[in-house]
Write a protein that binds this ligand. Sequence first.
Ligand code: COA
Length: 158
Amino acid sequence: MSKKALYPGSFDPITYGHLDIIKRASEIFDELTIAIVDNPDKSPLFSIEERKELIMNVIKADNVRIDSFKGLLVQYATDNAFQTIIRGLRAVSDFDYEFQMSLTNRQLGKNIDTIFFMTDEKYSYLSSSIVKQVCRYGGDISSFVPEEVSLSLKEKLK
Ligand code: COA
């Protein structure tokens, strides 16, 4: 039976930190779905469609799909027959939040497990917000995001 996993997040925009997790997870699972959350609590810079397109342009693996969802992650996972959620852990500070989410998701969806990847130390400080902030003030973001993402960010923040 083929093994599939779900990698949810805001991806506003995708960074090298996310790409590192995607590469490693897609080498372990037969199929990886990146699910962009349509989260009303965050005010995204990029629309869902723009984020999808940016991800599509920078993903190299053939076994990676891109989708989006609204509402509960567990509902999306159940509706699409996912039993495994992938998350990246950047630092100890991520742990409490991820622990809480993982246990809540397990409580809501009994068969759903979360697998954590330790983020490459090169990206352990990175977040999409930091990248947007550096770009907004004219800093060099070439070591944080691929060229395509950098160009779109500059265009957006002009
Ligand atoms: N490298 C670099 N940055 C990373 C990273 C990595 N490996 N992993 C996460 N980040 C950054 C992201 O860029 C993001 O930065 P930002 O806050 O500046 O935008 C930040 O860490 C948060 O990560 P993200 O993966 O986007 O998480 P999130 O907290 O926005 O969303 C969901 C996580 C989608 C899993 C969660 O919101 C969710 O499940 N939503 C649906 C509603 C639901 O089911 N709620 C109940 C859950 S218990």
